[in-house]
Design a protein around this ligand. Sequence first.
Ligand code: GTP
Ligand code: MG
Length: 329
Amino acid sequence: MSKIIYKIALLGPSRCGKTSLISAALAEAQQFLMRTPASFTATGPTLKRIQANNQALAGALAADSFHSGALFGTEASVHYKLSLSVGKSTLPIEILDYPGRWLTDNEPEFDTVRKWIGESNILIVPVDAVVVMESSGSAQTAAAKHRLNIAAIEDAATHWARERVLSKSPGKVLFVPIKCESYFSDNGGRRNQSNLLFQRVISTHYKSVIDKVRKESEGHQGISAFYIPVDTMGCVELVSADWKNPPAEDILECSATYRVRGVGERRVLGAGDLLVAIAKMIAQSEKGADRGYLSVLWRYLKGEDKALMEAIKSLGERPWGSRVSEVVI
Ligand SMILES: Nc1nc2c(ncn2[C@@H]2O[C@H](COP(=O)(O)OP(=O)(O)OP(=O)(O)O)[C@@H](O)[C@H]2O)c(=O)[nH]1
Ligand SMILES: [Mg+2]
């Protein structure tokens, strides 16, 4: 059988944390699968790239204050090639990363990303929690909407939902707040503003995105949405967030400063739930509701190795972490 690849799409503007999320997810997923027969790995150029990203983020913690521009923006599209394996049986998983400005500036290169989004059952929407939480008053709220690129996200998420309907396949859209370590008290933080974060992400800023997905997939079975906040650093604390006009621009931009907590050891949290979501999505096709790509994938897994199929099923049955909520679609 021709090689099957499980595609995952990311949708977010520049600096929202797409690359950091992929790098953090691999590290936590490996921990998460300890004492199970399954493993989640990267090899070759992907491993090198993830190691370089993690080094840059760790380097940024070396000083007392966390430099939030530590990771350079992505310059070209990158296929992160990962594998979920049991023994010699492997499910290749590919995530497409790209410069967020392609989305922001509506550049022609975004067409390839759009196509990838249409072909992916999982759509991850990383959310800059600081922009969401530190905006108040009408000027900042309008600037936040612009910086989060809500209009472009609505458009691409609608395309994703439409393709799910046309290809008669299910899908999960995951809203993933990043840079949210200052709003939770479960990973070293002092304040707990997690309810407010949920409300602002789901009921305010991304409500129109959720409404569009709902409308587009009306009457179609198998579309669901989840809220999965992830700490990709976990050991930094917001000190201040100022909204300023960048030179030659009339829309405010949020500029944040952070301090490092404790000894500055990274504490990734929540990324394992992304793996649970992926496993649930794949296992869903076993029920036979889906006649598209996922059922082909499931048949492939059955032929590939029963142990790999069982590992994916049991991963999908793991309970969600305490930060996760299902969003009504
Ligand atoms: N406070 C905080 N900052 C973070 C965290 N994770 C990443 N950052 C910072 O956010 C910046 C942007 O993250 P990236 O992952 O490069 O964002 P991106 O979406 O890939 O950006 P483009 O490649 O330009 O599209 C990085 O330089 C990090 O320093 C986090 O958990 N907390
Ligand atoms: Mg990037």
